[in-house]
Design a protein around this ligand. Structure first.
Ligand code: GUN
Ligand code: FE
Length: 448
């Protein structure tokens, strides 16, 4: 059996009752992949007896450090990584055609896929994303490589082969409904055969405009057969919504299209939802479908200001998505900040509108995301019995952009990190109890 790891110091996480709970002088015990105790550090001697602890690995945090749950990115396109930070001059549909499809088409080349996916997963882990819900490209082999890459790097992930069969360029299009379903099933079986608790398949119709009804129905059946997650895009931009109405004239709404074909489930993640009508919100709620809020992308592609407060109040599960490369930043810290700014922008436009708080944005980034991908029984916060997906943050790590002063209280240090910190403050990243990133040398203080 592995040694028990005991972290002592400050922890911060979300619960259903409190968007941000800060606990100081705590001891968190981690055995193999799981959290076995979260108790005041003063209880440690008793805990050692209780758990018959002999060999422990003690990690004692300094006053500038804290432990928080890993970030969950509920919506990201791995093959769009080469485009992060470029090509944001066109709106969604033109952006897809001119920049995105040509880039994704390059993933027919396995070597290119290996090269980019390695860099992408490394970057995300460094940014503290311990769980990601990935869109791959439409290539079966390339998407298998994405699965292999996340497995090798130790990230927790949902991995999907993109499905698209109409209204896409001939050079980047699946061959037929039959081929699409066969390859998708092969990917599902391949990912399941990796036999990892951490990497799961996700059925990934790109969005309604690229998927004929028969294809979407078949994909929904595949998801049901294999008890899979599903992800797609919904109500992102106004021209996209008009197009969906033209393509599916029988439908009463965009959400109705997905509902009719059976794609709305309680394991479905729908990205954006900027322009959802009330009846569509109700449909998502009825099915238990979660929303990936992607504020950077929504602004960068000028899709719109998503009123996430409204979706939250309607009872939808909400997580954050970077939506790289529609959003230019791979960091969920950036999504968190943008979510706040969008919500505050909305509050300047509407009398009496209450914006979300920093603490709520923090919950979206962690526990909320875990709920969207339906992993809340395993990750999202530091409850005993959950798996230990965590970030060891140092607000005073060398060379980082935070100014911490002697007077700063713990809560203020945490807030400064959330607003101004970056990956250099994230000294260590743990997934399921295993250290997957270690840049301890950046610390101004020594930790074992
Ligand atoms: N809608 C369909 N495909 C995409 C995509 O790749 N990015 C975004 N942001 N929206 C989409
Ligand atoms: Fe997207």
């Amino acid at each position: 059996m592995a040694d028990l790891q005991v972290f002592t110091g400050t922890i911060v996480h979300s619960t259903d009752l409190e968007p941000m709970q800060i606990l100081e002088n705590m001891a968190v015990g981690v055995l193999d992949n799981k959290i076995v105790f979260v108790e005041p550090a003063s209880e440690l001697p008793n805990l050692k007896t209780k758990f018959k602890i002999q060999d422990t690995k003690n990690i004692t945090l300094t006053q500038s450090q804290f432990l928080m749950p890993g970030f969950v990115d509920t919506h990201i396109h791995a093959p769009q990584f080469p485009n992060n930070g470029i090509h944001l001059d066109l709106p969604l549909l033109d952006w897809l055609e001119n920049y995105t499809f040509p880039t994704e088409a390059k993933f027919a080349d396995g070597d290119f896929a290996r090269y980019v996916y390695g860099a992408a997963v490394d970057r995300l882990l460094r940014c503290g994303t311990t769980t990601a819900s990935y869109f791959g490209s439409l290539h079966l082999e390339g998407t298998k490589i994405l699965g292999d890459t996340v497995l090798a790097r130790g990230q927790r992930a949902l991995v999907g082969k993109v499905n698209m069969l109409m209204n896409c360029p001939s050079y980047y299009q699946e061959a037929s409904v039959e081929d699409s379903l066969r390859e998708t099933e092969e990917l599902i079986v391949y990912i399941k055969n990796l036999k990892s608790d951490l990497v799961l398949p996700i059925v990934t119709p790109r969005f309604a405009p690229t998927c004929p009804k028969e294809q979407m129905k078949g994909l929904a059946q595949l998801a049901a057969k294999h008890d899979c997650h599903i992800q797609s895009h919904i109500c992102e931009s106004r021209s996209e919504i008009d197009w969906v109405q033209e393509l599916f004239p029988w439908s009463t709404s965009y959400a109705d299209v997905y509902d009719t074909v059976g794609l709305l489930t309680d394991k479905t993640v729908m990205a954006h939802g900027v322009w959802l009508k009330d009846e569509e919100v109700a449909l998502l709620k009825e099915h238990g479908t979660g929303v990936a809020h992607c504020p950077n992308s929504n602004i960068s592609l000028r899709s719109g200001l998503c009123d996430v407060q409204r979706l939250l109040r309607a009872g939808l599960r909400i997580g954050l998505g970077t939506d790289c490369s529609g959003g230019y930043s791979p960091s969920i810290l950036n999504s968190l900040r943008q979510a706040l700014l969008v919500s505050k922008t909305l509050s300047t436009m509407t009398e009496g509108y209450e914006s979300i708080t920093l603490k709520e944005a923090f919950r979206f980034a962690t526990l909320g995301g875990a709920k969207v991908v339906r992993m809340e029984d395993r990750i999202g916060n530091f409850e005993v019995g959950k798996e230990f997906d965590a970030l060891l943050v140092d607000t005073e790590a060398t060379g980082t952009p935070l100014d911490i002063f002697l007077e700063d209280k713990t809560e203020e240090k945490i807030e400064k990190f959330l607003y101004n910190g970056d990956d250099r403050n994230i000294l260590r990243v743990y997934v399921a109890g295993k250290k997957v990133v270690d840049q301890t040398r950046r610390s101004s203080s020594v930790i074992p």
